[in-house]
Design a protein around this ligand. Structure first.
Ligand code: PA5
Length: 426
């Protein structure tokens, strides 16, 4: 279904050089014998998830859709980016769906938080607070404020029916509070890290609340799981992508630029950036994951990509059939000179922009391009794509000889911040 098109690579990767390494790593992933092996729960999750919990997710999502105007998803990093990516990609940016979804818990910005709280004052809203650790400061602060607002508006008992907590099965402050207040809770399995959690309740509950078919999403992920459970680099497209990234890194590229042609896919890039950036950027190694949305950014970073220093390669996600389309109308006066494309659809124009840009970057700019081609992006295909990237990321990180599942670097700013805030013990 997904085609990894490597024809637009200028530097051809010889997969033969990677055959043995890929086999070894594939075995290490399957046997759980590599560093981080206790965080491989996502690997078989698409066919061994808790069916009872999925039913609860769907049932509570229907309840939220029927009883509230707004769902506030409160989480940060892996605890919100997947849901945001899926909801924007599949519902579009200006949806007329009856349930509005807002994100909070991902910032310390008083200005942003105050605006959201003001907006919510006159809305019937529910909260999905998501935190694996249950102690992430951004999320905890926003949740405390949201909870206060909700309890003031509708009372403590009703508020507890409008709050849904996704967290660890046993541990953490959020789990304790959820138990005490009687919130509905969903579980993030202890062997799945935040950035690999989009296909668990972390992503699936808000996605289901958005009216998106989560069964289809899991089916797509399962299809990818079966397709990429294979050590053969000559046929496994997921590993071909991972190996290409490694090859680029070892041949002096330090940035991978993720390209889409749809504004509603921008957050797929944000999710992808966290996945690869947090999984690989350690021990002084790793490609910097960056992103652009074309054609918008052809009018800004396009210049650099075409003509600037040769530090990057592009990974382009091109979806042939968009969610919606419009046709360019005829204009009698034709002062804008657009009648030459009258009656053409915007998807036709967008595709020509893509083909023209690809040629410009490859032929004139000498920029390597990996093209990921999909016919359309529905919930099935997005589930497939999420899984494709997660598995590619594990292979790619192991090729780089780093643990894909830890993030020691993110603790350092927290320690300093806690010290400055006067937290006990820092
Ligand atoms: O991928 C990760 O592990 C992180 O981005 C976490 O998801 C993020 O820090 C949020 O953590 P938590 O879910 O514990 O609040």
């Amino acid at each position: 279904m997904l085609k990894v098109n490597l024809e637009h690579l200028i530097d051809k990767v010889d997969f033969k050089d990677y055959e043995d390494k890929v086999k070894l790593i594939n075995e290490g992933i399957n046997n759980k014998s590599f560093p981080g092996n206790d965080y491989l729960g996502w690997l078989n999750y698409p066919n061994n998830y808790d069916k009872k919990e999925l039913n609860l997710i769907k049932q509570k999502a229907r309840y939220v859709r029927e009883n509230f105007e707004v769902l506030v998803v409160c989480g940060i990093g892996g605890s919100y980016l997947g849901a945001l990516a899926a909801i924007n990609a599949l519902r579009g940016l200006y949806t007329d769906d009856k349930l509005e979804i807002i994100f909070l818990g991902q910032t310390f910005s008083g200005s942003y938080i105050a605006q959201v709280l003001d907006y919510l004052k006159h809305k019937r809203f529910a909260i999905n607070v998501i935190s694996k650790s249950g102690t992430t400061t951004e999320t905890s602060i926003s949740f405390r404020l949201l909870k206060k607002l909700l309890e003031t508006k509708i009372g403590k008992t009703n508020a507890s029916k409008a709050i849904f907590a996704t967290t660890d099965k046993e541990k953490g402050a959020l789990k304790q509070e959820a138990n005490k207040q009687g919130y509905t809770t969903f579980t993030l399995p202890s062997d799945i890290g935040g950035r690999y959690s989009v296909l668990t309740a972390v992503g699936l509950f808000p996605i289901a609340c958005a009216g998106i078919d989560v069964d289809e999403m899991l089916e797509g992920a399962e299809e990818a799981m079966k397709e990429f459970d294979n050590e053969d680099i000559n046929t496994n497209a997921c590993y071909q992508y991972a190996v290409t990234r490694d090859y680029m890194y070892r041949h002096k590229k330090c940035v991978e630029m993720f390209v889409t042609y749809e504004p509603q896919y921008r957050e797929i890039a944000e999710w992808w950036k966290q996945l690869f950036g947090e999984s690989e950027g350690k021990d002084g190694k790793g490609l910097l994951p960056a992103s652009v949305t074309f054609s918008t950014d052809l009018h800004s970073l396009g210049q650099f990509i075409q003509d600037g220093s040769k530090i990057l390669f592009e990974t382009l996600l091109f979806i042939k059939n968009p969610m919606k389309d419009v046709t360019i109308p005829h204009d009698e006066e034709n002062l804008d000179g657009l009648n030459y494309i009258e009656n053409k659809s915007l998807s036709y124009v967008n595709e020509k922009a893509y083909l023209g840009t690809l040629e410009a970057h490859e032929k004139d700019g000498k920029v390597n391009n990996v093209v990921l081609e999909l016919d359309k992006l529905d919930s099935h295909n997005l589930g497939y794509l999420f899984y494709f990237f997660m598995k590619a990321c594990a292979m790619s990180a192991y090729l780089l000889e780093v643990n894909p599942f830890n993030q020691p670097g993110v603790e350092i700013y927290k320690k300093n911040m806690f010290h400055l805030l006067g937290k006990k013990g820092y």
